[in-house]
Structures are given as structure tokens and as C-alpha cells.
Design a protein around this ligand. Structure first.
Ligand code: PLP
Length: 357
């Protein structure tokens, strides 16, 4: 089975497991774990901020950032089908009592003018004060699209003029930086807070970072504990993070090349893939053009030996390249996908719906 559902499914490599086994650890909650402290220092530098805090998940990093930057009853603005809006269980409402507004943008990237148009009038007696704008880079729902640094700078400059705080959901920020040929910190320092996931393209078993000013990170550390995220001998996993930052950053270009090869091969085979959308490690395939619903298409692919997942748009499938998929796997997937999607329909004896994730 070739598993292209998502880049979160990677398993630690033998060398990463070795780094984990050799990790020097202490009580992270008491700030006595040297490996966690080393990862936080490294993360702060990478992300272009004074301080970083190690947390278990990117969801927690995003939710802590929103809480640090806002007051209950504030409004947060996001672009398109943002992860923070759609896939964090309404956490912004639960943890920070926020109203959310989404700027229409198919690929998740919006402009400074769109931001200006979306902000509630300042001082309005009846409307929630717009307090923060969130950018997602790369944009998951948009198909792994990369924000050009110039467009980010226009949006963050507009946010500052409007008196808004800024957060970057950088779960896949390193993919964006590698694809754009821009240092990670050049993106990171544009924002008040930045999150980064270590367990996606970077290949760690778990872990994320949130970065910002010393003052904001002092609040973030308190919130991490409040949310139940203060750990103990967490150096065991922080060691994987340090290993990934040393060894798994440049290789993201291989994942991007594999995605490009997959997309081009699928187009050659007559599959409905828009090459322009392929900027990092995501390939979107519009099953509707083949007359297939997403469930049917996923079931056919599973029977044909390839796993894809659902994209945000209806009847669009997503293939994601990652550390555990080789160039040979991509060639094999190129043989299997067209065969599965254009062959006879799959009859599932149990009648069960396929599992998309
Ligand atoms: C853009 C984005 N942000 C945040 C997250 C949350 O990551 P996690 O599920 O590891 O908390 C994801 C996960 O897919 C994501 O794609």
C-alpha cells in the first residue's frame, strides 16, 4: 500500500530513534530538561523571535497564540478554509471566546485590501472588535500553497496600520520557506506569534513550537500549563525535533519534487490535476471531473493499493508526499492511480464507507 493521505503518518527513522534513545532529559515543567531548552532556543532562532515554547501539538500552539493575542469577545480573521477555523474543533470559541471571520480565498491567500475590507469598524458599539489576523503558510485547505513573502509583508503591514495583532499558523512553514527559497525567519518575524509543527514534513513523532516576544512567551508558557501541556521528561521527543531541524529541512525539496512528478505524471495519464496548484508536497485531484464522488474514488484507490484523503473542496482528493514515500513509490502510484480511477467500480461487500484519514 502506498500511503499518500498526509505527511503526519511518517515514522521516526532509525537515526531519529537513535537521537531519541540518547537524549539527555529532565523535568520539562521545572525547566530542567536541557534537550527541550536546546530545542526552544533553536526554534526561536529559526522562527525569528526572542523565545519559543515547546508544546505537544500544532493545534495547541495555535490555540495558545490566539489566547495570548486576544480578549474574550474579540474577532479573529483567517483566510479561506483555515485550519484554525475548520479543524480545531471550534477551539477559538471555547478557549478564547472569539468570533471568527473568514476572508474568501480559494487557495487561502488573501490581500491587504481584502483584510482592510473585512475588519469591523473600530469603536463600533455593536460589533466585536477585530483583534487578530491569522495567516496559514503553507495553506493546507488551499492545497499546500505558499504565500509569497511580499504578499505576507503587505498583509502584516496593513494589520499594523489597522492596530491588529498577527499570528502565523506555520504548521508547514518550513515547506513554504524551502519552496520559496526564503529563510524561515523572514516569514516568522513578520508576525507577533508563529506556530511550527514538528510532526508533519519534518518527520517527528510529535511536537510543535510557538514563538514570539519574551513577554508573550511568558504568557504562552503559563497557558501551556493551564491547557495541560506542561510535560516531564519531554527531551525524549525534543531530541527528535533537534534531529529533524539538522537533517530533515533541506530534504523537503525531495517531497516537493515527488509531488511535482506525481502531478505531471497524472496529467500525462489524463487525470484531472491542476499543475499550477502544486507548489509544495500536496497534489489535488478533482474526482468529480471523472464522474466520481470522493468516497467512491477513495475506495477504488484503496482497492488499487494507494491511499489518498479528502481535500477541503467537495469531491477533490489529496495526495501528500512525505519522508516515507520514495521516488519509486511515486512511479508505482502513477501506474496505480489512473488504473484504479478509470477501471471497474469497487464493490465493497460490507458496504462500509471508506476511511478518509
Ligand atoms: C495548517 C495546520 N495547522 C495546524 C495543524 C494542527 O496540527 P496537529 O493536528 O498536529 O495539532 C494542522 C494539521 O494538519 C495543519 O494542517
Amino acid at each position: 500500500m502506498i500511503d499518500l493521505r498526509t505527511d503526519t503518518i511518517t515514522k521516526p527513522t532509525a537515526a531519529m530513534r537513535q537521537a531519541i534513545a540518547e537524549a539527555v532529559v529532565g523535568d520539562e515543567q521545572k525547566r530542567e530538561d536541557p534537550t527541550v531548552i536546546a530545542l526552544e532556543e533553536r526554534g526561536a532562532e529559526l522562527l525569528g523571535h526572542e523565545e519559543a515554547v515547546f508544546v505537544p501539538t500544532a493545534t495547541m500552539a495555535n490555540q495558545i497564540a490566539l489566547r495570548v493575542l486576544t480578549e474574550p469577545g474579540d474577532e479573529a480573521i483567517v483566510g479561506g478554509a483555515a485550519h484554525i477555523l475548520l479543524y480545531e474543533l471550534g477551539g477559538a470559541a471555547v478557549h478564547s471566546c472569539l468570533v471568527m471571520k473568514s476572508i474568501e480565498a480559494d487557495d487561502g491567500r488573501f490581500t491587504a485590501a481584502q483584510l482592510r475590507g473585512a475588519v469591523n469598524p473600530s469603536g463600533d458599539l455593536h460589533m466585536a472588535p477585530t483583534r487578530v489576523v491569522c495567516v496559514e503558510n503553507t495553506h493546507n485547505g488551499g492545497g499546500g500553497r505558499v504565500w509569497p513573502l511580499g504578499q505576507v509583508q503587505e498583509v502584516t503591514a496593513e494589520a499594523r496600520t489597522l492596530g491588529l495583532a498577527t499570528h502565523l499558523d506555520g504548521a508547514r512553514l518550513v515547506n513554504a520557506a524551502v519552496a520559496a527559497g526564503v529563510p524561515v525567519a523572514a516569514y516568522g518575524r513578520e508576525f507577533d506569534t508563529v506556530s511550527l509543527c514538528l510532526s508533519k514534513g519534518l518527520g517527528c513523532p510529535l511536537g510543535a513550537l510557538i514563538a514570539g516576544s519574551r513577554e508573550r512567551m511568558a504568557k504562552a508558557r503559563r497557558l501551556k500549563h493551564l491547557f495541560g501541556g506542561a510535560m516531564r521528561q519531554a527531551g525524549i521527543v525534543a531530541a527528535a525535533g533537534l534531529y529533524a531541524l539538522d537533517n530533515h529541512v533541506e530534504r523537503l525539496a525531495d517531497d516537493h519534487a515527488n509531488a511535482r512528478r506525481l502531478a505531471e505524471g497524472l496529467v500525462e495519464a489524463g487525470m484531472p490535476v491542476d499543475l499550477e496548484q502544486v507548489e509544495t508536497n500536496f497534489v489535488q485531484l478533482d474526482a468529480a471531473v471523472l464522474g466520481l464522488g470522493a468516497d467512491d474514488a477513495v475506495a477504488r484507490l484503496r482497492a488499487g493499493g494507494v491511499l489518498l484523503s479528502f481535500a477541503t473542496r467537495k469531491d477533490v482528493l489529496r495526495a501528500v508526499t512525505h519522508l516515507d514515500v520514495s521516488a519509486e513509490d511515486i512511479e508505482e502510484a502513477l501506474a496505480r492511480i489512473p488504473r484504479a480511477l478509470t477501471g471497474a467500480p469497487v464493490v465493497d461487500a460490507a458496504g462500509a464507507a471508506p476511511t478518509p484519514y
